[in-house]
Design a binder for this molecule. Structure first.
Ligand code: AMP
Ligand code: MG
Length: 427
């Protein structure tokens, strides 16, 4: 084989520089924690208040403290199916008590009083009739139609629940800023709290940019890229309790993008864009935001994920996420989520991570915090085989991220590392 004939005037490509993968010298890279602190200081709540029923409260942020309208339980009741009586009328050894006529059931209280020395058939959840303070489990009894027998001593108040032992009427159960979950709807209902003041849902617009992008419903030539970020970011925003606004896809064209951002600013409280956020020729998002949107291009010491463009378009915050889907997701989880939650009225939050044993080895240089696609296995947390940020399948392989600190680390199998399950990011 002979070398191809090259034109004599073809310039020789430059050699790769030794430091080609190093961080640019003299550039101030903002550590992730500093960037988060700056973001926390920069954003404030942008939404108003509305009233909702507890039945539609999951994913909403409380705008005011919530106080119990009544105690839970509201009255002393039985924790089991059995027989109730006054503890003072029993003693050690075998007990035989006459049964009153009738019974006490949940929702079917016994109207009369149970006299000292008598017992009553009682079912779980039944309010303790007058004269009853203690219940014996039915499995510990023998019964006839007229009497119940069991062996003493029975502990006073056994198998009963005190009024307000869980929550007292008037107690503050939630503070404003609390993000409500389905479990909270249960508690609110139990405490008789129907109407709640919550913050209006944050309207989060999602815009994809890039000439190469097409909708996955279309046939596409192989030089085209299906728009992966938009469905991902829209569904993330929705899962975080926000109103997700699909702003579609804009070509790499300054005017088209400007029109989209104008429309977005009129409809949304915050805009998430992806793609075009670097400083390249086709990076129109950053160019436009630099001209008209007060762009702050944050060079964050983060892998994967730089750059993150932050700007205001007609007063509406814009998060310019990276185009690469892996970086876009990670930047959305690390930066956009806490910022959006705060804009939605919630407290600033840090995802809950856990120190777990590494089922991998890795040596990392200092300079950038790293997030690895990770999942829990039998021997500890595993990481995706490739760190290539184009490997979008790794996001689905994973069930969370491993966070490696800003400094250098040399991780051996069995060392403890910080694993953050997707659930901690509200996924
Ligand atoms: P950019 O930041 O615009 O230079 O994009 C970086 C890389 O991410 C390029 O390979 C883009 O084609 C790709 N990319 C940008 N936006 C998307 C998207 N919405 N879905 C999938 N890939 C994207
Ligand atoms: Mg692009």
């Amino acid at each position: 084989m002979t070398a191809p004939d090259l034109p004599p005037d073809l310039p020789r490509p430059p050699k790769l520089r030794d430091d080609c993968f190093a961080l640019p010298a003299g550039v101030d890279w903002t550590p992730v924690d500093d960037a988060l602190a700056r973001l926390n200081a920069a954003v404030t709540r942008v939404v108003g208040v509305e009233e909702v029923s507890h039945a539609q409260s999951a994913g909403r942020v409380l705008a005011a403290n919530v106080v119990a309208r009544r105690s839970n339980p509201p009255a002393p009741n039985s924790a089991v199916d059995g027989y109730g009586f006054a503890h003072a009328s029993t003693k050690d050894g075998d007990q035989v008590l006459p049964l009153v006529d009738g019974r006490a059931a949940a929702g079917g209280a016994y109207d009369g009083a149970v006299a000292h020395g008598e017992a009553i058939r009682i079912l779980t959840g039944a309010v303790l009739p007058q004269g009853v303070d203690t219940v014996v489990l039915e499995e510990d009894c023998t019964v006839t139609t007229t009497h119940v027998a069991f062996r003493g001593p029975i502990r006073p108040y056994a198998n009963t629940r005190k009024a307000g032992e869980d929550v007292e009427q008037g107690a503050e159960v939630f503070a404003g800023g609390h993000l409500l979950g389905p479990q909270d709807a249960g508690l609110l209902a139990a405490l008789g709290v129907d109407r709640l003041d919550v913050f209006k849902r944050l309207k989060v617009g999602v815009l994809s940019t890039g000439d190469e992008l097409v909708d996955p419903a279309m046939q596409a030539a192989s030089d085209r890229t299906y728009d992966a970020n938009r469905p991902m970011l829209l569904q993330l925003a929705q899962g975080w309790g926000f109103e997700a606004v699909d702003l579609g896809h804009a070509a790499d064209d300054r005017d088209a993008l400007r029109a989209r951002l104008d429309e977005a600013a009129a409809r949304c409280d915050v805009i998430l864009t992806s793609g075009g956020a670097s400083a390249g020729d086709e990076d129109h998002v950053s160019a436009l935001l630099r001209e008209h949107g007060n762009l702050q291009a944050w060079r964050i010491a983060l892998k994967p994920g730089r750059p993150l463009a932050l700007a205001l378009w007609q007063g509406v915050p814009v998060f310019g996420l990276p185009g690469n889907p892996v970086a876009a997701l990670i930047c959305a989880l690390i930066f956009a989520r806490p910022a959006c939650l705060k804009m939605a009225g919630a407290a600033w939050s840090r995802p809950q991570g856990f120190m777990v044993a590494a089922a991998f080895a890795k040596r990392k240089k200092p300079g950038r915090r790293e997030y690895l696609r990770a999942r829990m296995g039998a021997d500890g947390v595993e990481v995706f085989a490739s760190e290539g940020s184009g490997r979008i399948s790794g996001l689905s392989w994973a069930d969370g991220l491993v966070e490696l600190p800003d400094g250098a680390v040399d991780i051996h199998r069995g060392d403890m590392v910080r694993y953050i399950p997707y659930a901690s990011f509200g996924m």
